[in-house]
Design a protein around this ligand. Structure first.
Ligand SMILES: C[S@@+](CC[C@H](N)C(=O)[O-])C[C@H]1O[C@@H](n2cnc3c(N)ncnc32)[C@H](O)[C@@H]1O
Length: 462
């Protein structure tokens, strides 16, 4: 096992996890958990089972990239007004990429048992399994049985897989039996599984392996909330209106067996990226049910009015995390200039989604910005324009049960576990309680660095 830490300039380094040697074929992974604010380069050495000659060195360079001053100034001005006290701590998180946490979403179409073991041994725990939200989702009656799944060849997870992961003494243990049970449950009852760590642990992304599906997708765990809010059921027709690079499309396919998932993306480069994601995570047998389209989402609803049961609008927005690290001040300023056009585009996409959904169907609108004009204001505009739009409450269903993991605005003043539902007067925010009822906003905070993520759910009246 080799772990080389290079170029660190402080003793503030803390390694708080044991190295783990995983016996799973075809590769061995030694991994470690490093928490360090000043380490600028970490080299992890991975070795496959064929021996040291096949060693592969993976370098992870954490560049100390400066934030863009003009973007930061604009955010300071706007978000201190909109978020009040929450902005100072959120700002600290956004300005410290070393503190960012990553979620690991498992791919149920791949063999994931070994990954589950690795994650659990490293202190990752399942985000959604124990929550009210997942209970709501898993209470949906399983329409397909285990055998139907296998006949449809939609999972490559053999039921005997865990027997290939013996204990050191060659026997299988209670843990592997538990995993076996979990595996068969996953087959019979699709469920979204995401593992998170309390610390900002880096987990390696998976390279393309010809003929094999990827086992997991790394993401900001808050990105799963819009998918949970969509409540996709087996047999439904679903539209992912702004789909690339496809993280939420993959998450949708973990939750249920839709009759159709249409992934729309007008930008050709991003559409290629989307296609590669779908290919890497979904089996060929789903090719007729998961399709890619290339329309301008603003007009999608005109062409396919009333067609879909569920529509996700994960809109283009000022992506706060990435905008703060614009590659040059020129790029940052250009983005800020174009920012004023976003609310109109977002409202147009949301209107189009309201046309594409059938009466009684559901639209979820989401962004990854804290900006109120791209979040609450867009939803408010469209509600005013569409008499058939009916807002649904996400506080009881998502914000309150998941407040252990995410900080939602308005948070309790002490930033503790308790969350105030918005009809109560917000105490540390300048947004009105009416605005807060338009959706829920995940605000990155120390220790819960997920977000920014805004989501709102609207039902089209019958
Ligand atoms: C926030 S990203 C979507 C992320 C994606 N849902 C995921 O989870 O991986 C927004 C996407 O909307 C696309 N987009 C921009 N303008 C659009 C339009 N007029 N119609 C549809 N999509 C658009 C962008 O190219 C971008 O890929």
């Amino acid at each position: 096992m080799t772990l080389i830490l290079q170029s660190f300039n402080s003793t503030r380094m803390l390694i708080y996890h044991q190295f783990l040697q995983c016996p799973s074929p075809p590769w061995r992974l030694w991994s470690c958990c490093v928490h360090c604010h000043t380490v600028s380069e970490v080299v992890l050495q991975l070795s496959d089972q064929k021996g040291p000659s096949n060693n592969q060195v993976i370098k992870r360079r954490r560049k100390e990239r400066p934030s863009c001053p003009s973007v930061l100034d604009r955010f300071d001005e706007q978000y201190s007004q909109e978020l009040g006290d929450l902005w100072a701590s959120s700002r600290a998180v956004l300005l410290d990429p070393h503190s960012w946490q990553y979620g690991v979403m498992l791919n149920r179409f791949s063999a994931v048992t070994d990954i589950t073991q690795i994650l659990q041994s490293q202190g990752f725990s399942s985000l959604l399994l124990q929550t009210h939200v997942s209970r709501v989702l898993s209470n949906a009656p399983p329409i397909v049985s285990n055998t139907e799944y296998k006949a449809g060849n939609e999972s490559v997870l053999p039921t005997t897989y865990v027997s290939k992961c013996p204990r050191d003494d060659g026997t299988t243990n209670a843990f592997s039996q538990e995993l076996q049970l979990e595996s068969s449950l996953r087959l019979s009852r699709p469920s979204l599984q995401c593992y998170i760590h309390p610390y900002p642990l880096w987990f390696p992304s998976q390279a393309h392996r010809p003929g094999q599906l990827k086992q997991y997708y790394l993401l900001n765990a808050a990105s799963l909330l819009p998918v949970l809010a969509l409540h996709v059921r087996d047999g439904e027709k679903v539209l992912d209106l702004c789909s690339a690079p496809g993280g939420k499309a993959i998450a949708i396919m973990q939750c249920a067996k839709p009759a159709l998932l249409c992934c729309n993306e007008p930008d050709p480069h991003r559409r290629d990226w989307l296609s590669r994601t779908l290919e890497s995570f979904l089996p060929h047998s789903l090719n007729t049910r998961v399709i890619v389209s290339a329309q301008d989402g603003c007009y999608f609803g005109q062409h396919e009015a009333g067609t879909y049961d569920k529509v996700l609008v994960d809109a283009p927005c000022s992506n706060d995390r990435s905008w703060l690290y614009s590659s040059s001040s020129q790029q940052g300023e250009q983005r800020l200039k174009e920012r004023s056009r976003l609310p109109a585009l977002q409202a147009q996409l949301l209107r189009s989604a309201m046309s594409a959904v059938r009466p009684g169907g559901v639209v979820v609108y989401s962004t990854c910005t804290l900006s109120s004009s791209e979040n609450f204001a867009v939803v408010e505009t469209v509600l005013n324009d569409c008499p058939e739009a009916e807002l649904e409450d996400l506080w009881e269903e998502i914000a309150i049960p998941l407040s252990k993991y995410f900080t939602f605005s308005p948070a309790h003043p002490d930033h503790g576990q308790t969350l105030h539902k918005p009809p109560l007067q917000p105490q540390n925010s300048t947004l009105s309680s009416y605005q807060h009822r338009l959706g829920i906003l995940v605000v990155p905070q120390p220790g819960k660095t997920w977000g920014p993520m805004f989501l709102s759910r609207i039902r089209r009246r019958k």
